[in-house]
Design a protein around this ligand. Sequence first.
Ligand code: UN1
Length: 486
Amino acid sequence: MTPADEARKLLERLGVTCGGSLESRSPIDGQVIGSVAEEGDVTSACARAQEAFLSWRLVPAPRRGELVRLLGEELRAAKEPLARLVTLECGKIVQEGLGEVQEMIDICDFAVGLSRQIYGLTIASERPNHRMIEQWHPLGPVGVITAFNFPVAVWAWNAALALVCGDPVVWKPSEKVPLCAEAVMALARRAMERFGDAPDGLLQCVQGGRDVGQALVEDERIALVSATGSTAMGRKVGPKVAERFGRVLLELGGNNATIVTPSADLDLAERAILFSAAGTAGQRCTTLRRLIVHESIADAFVERLKSLFARIKVGDPRDADTLVGPLIDASAFEAMRNVIGETIEQVDAVPGGYYVRPAIVEADVQQGTMLKETFAPILYVLRYSDLDEAIALNNAVSQGLSSSIFTNDLRESERFLSASGSDCGIANVNIGPSGAEIGGAFGGEKETGGGRESGSDSWRAYMRRQTNTINYGSDLPLAQGVEFKV
Ligand code: UN1
């Protein structure tokens, strides 16, 4: 079946009717698979979100959790068609499409539990008959900007938390994957109908290009802008939001490394590297891009990797044995060709799509394009002689998202995870840098933007903290023992 035919059927199953000036093309064959209407009025959408905020913030958090529970149910029921739509529109293999929808379900479950655990603190007051507390209140409308590579999950990380925290969401999806966003919104609407009294404007989607994103970023009512994408995008969004003293949560580029030490279990390392470097056609922000291998094992190990990579099936992401689907579009292909030149190996899979074999590039020094994130499957290999050098190489790039080490030596592993080890937001042992679970905080340092989404206490970014001091006595002692009387 052509992607266009399959998309039509899936959209029908998912209850999506669309049509409009913004066309969606499948990276599988480059053909148009549908279209959506572009948002002409972001300002009104923000006003509706603000209106929704005024009532949603008063709904008890566990009741807000009920809406997220229903959303999780809708996602469970629609897992297969939504995953297939993800595959059609962004080109990731079906296994990964299913994984992405599972990630949405997982964060919904997490957020439902969280809706009864938005705990504050009791703080010891220095004054007699005083009590101090810290509580968390809803923040305001959240603007969510997402990238093409995770067309549904990143919205869910943000929306599930924002909803239980009492915040409406206005979503600007990547213009490369508008149909996935429409499908998610259809499921969200169904959850809201079943919920009953969710305010209008609680969950909205504004489709379109840069102008739409910019209007969202500049709108004063958007209390938090949570943006996933390139560092270049973050550099524009960050200052714009800062100008109006809004809050940002930035999830930007990664340039993730794995260190393979002499004691490593190489069978494990090989499998992890295959998934992390070649998976999603190298188009994850957590994709493994730099491999730092100990010189004593490098020759044999790199040979192993090369023969493994030669066996990867590159092709239609709908085929069960395909591991690597197409790049998103011609510009991604050009970006890869600019870096590795004519050594780029194109695979003749489906006419109209850009299919490439994941590349391994050995280098003596870390420089040039290795320091940049090219959103394509290029794995650089470097050699090291002692662990300090390997950690220095891991940290010597401007991005700081994810990292990992393969070792069976406790000292090496602890050193890598210590204060002087990896400088990334994510540091793993004996697994690759990609494929994080939702339970942990997700995000990174330096040019990755510093934001944390998803698990742990990331919910705090979606709320405002309030410190309260309550005097239940009949005297008025001042803090720090200050005397102030006439
Ligand atoms: C992204 O690439 O934008 O850790 C997110 C991972 C996924 C999320 C990636 N859970 O690879």
